[in-house]
Design a binder for this molecule. Structure first.
Ligand code: BES
Ligand code: ZN
Ligand code: ZN
Length: 498
């Protein structure tokens, strides 16, 4: 991640290689500071606006190579029409430009966004989003590359030029935005790590490392303890793999004796589907099935770094869904930690089994709310496409809080119902409930209606990130591979919890 700082330097004093100036399409008039500076660089800005070389349309950016002291390059960035503008579009534009500058070999740039200074935009919000767009868009996963490392390009430093004299306040916003972005990038790192390395044990050790470095308590349960707890659903999924399961619990205390908010993350380090084996095309990328747990671990670290005023417990439920003579099968009946018996109908619906026991266990903390985050269903892709996640729960007040957090984090979610009628679908002839119905109807809801049985009356919400966990294509600040979806959302929920 580049070093990102706020400065109030004059344009003439910029020491970075590239200066970026952004304009709205319908306000192309440079202010005095820009005009004065433009004269020093042979009126590049004025000329390109006058000649219509640069129109400031959305997605437009023009690079000019100049020679002015340290400055090698000037970039004009178009933000489109001011009325159509939003923070999402800002992130998109800054993300795209940051990647373009990196490809051009630029090592450092300074960003001047005059258009915002005298307008109604909330300075804090835009500064936070600019910082996140830069930090997230420049993410690269290079851990396993051994060749041509010298050809890898990176941007080391970015300066955001602010008009406000209250630089210390703005620095605080940037620093917090960096802690949030770091949590996302570390989640991306862990999710991108291949399944032969990122085993349940590896991820649990990683959680323990984070706890040591921060003000966090860490408890790790191994397979013997999980078995002893009577977590029959969790163990059934885990048993088929030589990579033994773990439950990692991280605790952050930021508010004395207050009841905690518990986050539970699905951490299936690889999901083959088990005996209901996935077709080969669906097996690749199933390392992303641990994203919920990876997010939870990094969220807990960020809570400590941000010094939040809440108590948070993070439970990472880590297991691998494999095939062997120890594996569970369709037709098995399992006894969960809660005592509820579950008839297995499809071993590929392993996530809800792992979560069932982890959710019941979370009640031991007498939480004021439990939120689980899980790559639970492919049905979420069918329902909402790749850019939004379903959210469901048993408490509307909690769901509204989560929606407000999603407005802040700019990660799209959509509430699905948990009507009683769906209970019919998971009735079992031989056990208390079954975990999957026959058919492909209401897949997202059936997953959640099953989980609901394991949280009793505790306010609970379930975020299904099956669709949003992985990006097949670059887009704005989103980088191909693991996205870290939900991390910013949950951190915003905890930051502004009331
Ligand atoms: N991990 C998958 C869900 C998933 C699929 C996440 C694709 C991301 C991309 C989950 O364990 C699963 O296999 N779910 C099944 C449930 C079905 C058997 C009821 C699914 O969605 O097909
Ligand atoms: Zn599965
Ligand atoms: Zn899965």
């Amino acid at each position: 991640m580049p070093k990102i700082e706020v400065t109030s330097s004059n344009l003439e004093e910029i020491k970075d290689q590239c200066l970026v100036i952004a304009f709205f399409e319908d306000n192309l008039k440079p202010n005095k500071e820009i005009s004065d500076f433009d004269r020093l660089i042979s009126n590049v800005i004025n000329n390109s606006i006058k000649n219509r070389d640069f129109k400031a349309e959305k997605d437009e950016s023009k690079l000019f190579y100049i020679n002015n002291k340290n400055l090698k390059c000037l970039a004009l960035l178009g933000l489109g029409k001011e009325n159509d503008f939003s923070l999402s579009k800002l992130m998109d534009a800054i993300g795209k430009l940051s990647k373009k500058l990196r490809t051009s070999g630029i090592k450092s740039f300074a960003l001047y966004l005059d258009s915002f200074r005298n307008k109604n935009y909330e300075q804090n919000a835009y500064l936070e989003k600019i910082t996140q767009a830069i930090a997230l868009s420049l993410y690269q996963f290079t851990k396993f590359k051994t060749k041509d490392l010298d050809k890898l390009k990176s941007i080391d430093k970015v300066a955001i030029i602010a008009a406000n004299n209250d630089i210390s306040k703005l620095k605080k916003i940037v620093n917090e935005a960096l802690i949030l972005s770091d949590a996302v990038n570390k989640t991306r790192d862990l999710v991108n790590t291949p399944p032969n390395i990122a085993t349940p044990e590896y991820i649990a050790n990683h959680a323990a490392d984070l706890a040591k470095k921060n003000r966090l308590k860490c408890t790790i349960f191994d397979e013997k303890q999980i078995e002893k707890f009577g977590m029959g659903c969790f163990m059934a999924v885990a048993k088929g793999s030589a990579n033994k399961p773990r439950i990692a619990v991280l605790e952050y205390n930021g508010n004395g004796k207050e009841k905690p908010i518990v986050l539970v993350g699905k951490g299936v380090t690889f999901d083959t589907g088990g005996y209901n084996l996935k077709p080969s095309a669906y097996l690749t990328a199933m390392k992303d099935d641990k994203a919920g747990a990876c997010g939870v671990i990094n969220i807990l670290e960020a809570c400590a770094k941000l010094n939040l005023n809440v108590n948070v417990v993070g439970i990472a439920a880590l297991a691998e869904n494999m095939i062997s003579d120890k594996s569970y099968r369709p037709d098995d009946v399992l006894k969960s930690y809660s005592g509820i018996t579950v008839e297995i109908t499809n071993t590929d619906a392993e996530g809800r089994l792992v979560l069932a026991d982890a959710l019941s266990y979370s009640l031991e903390y007498k939480p004021k709310a439990v939120i689980d985050i899980a790559t639970l269903t492919g049905a979420s892709i069918i329902a909402l496409g790749y850019f939004a996640s379903p959210v469901l729960g048993n408490n509307q007040e909690l769901l509204e809080k989560i929606k407000a957090a999603s407005e802040k984090s700019l990660e799209k979610i959509w509430q699905f119902p948990l009507w009683e009628e769906y209970e019919e679908l998971i009735k079992s002839d031989i056990a208390d409930i079954k975990h999957v119905h026959d058919g492909i109807d209401a897949g997202v809801i059936v997953g959640a209606i099953f989980l609901k049985h394991f949280v009793k009356d505790t306010p609970w919400a379930h975020l299904d990130i099956g669709a949003t966990v992985w990006a097949k294509q670059e887009k704005g600040h989103i980088v191909k591979g693991a996205t870290g979806f939900g991390v910013l959302l949950l951190l915003n929920l905890l930051r502004y919890w009331e």
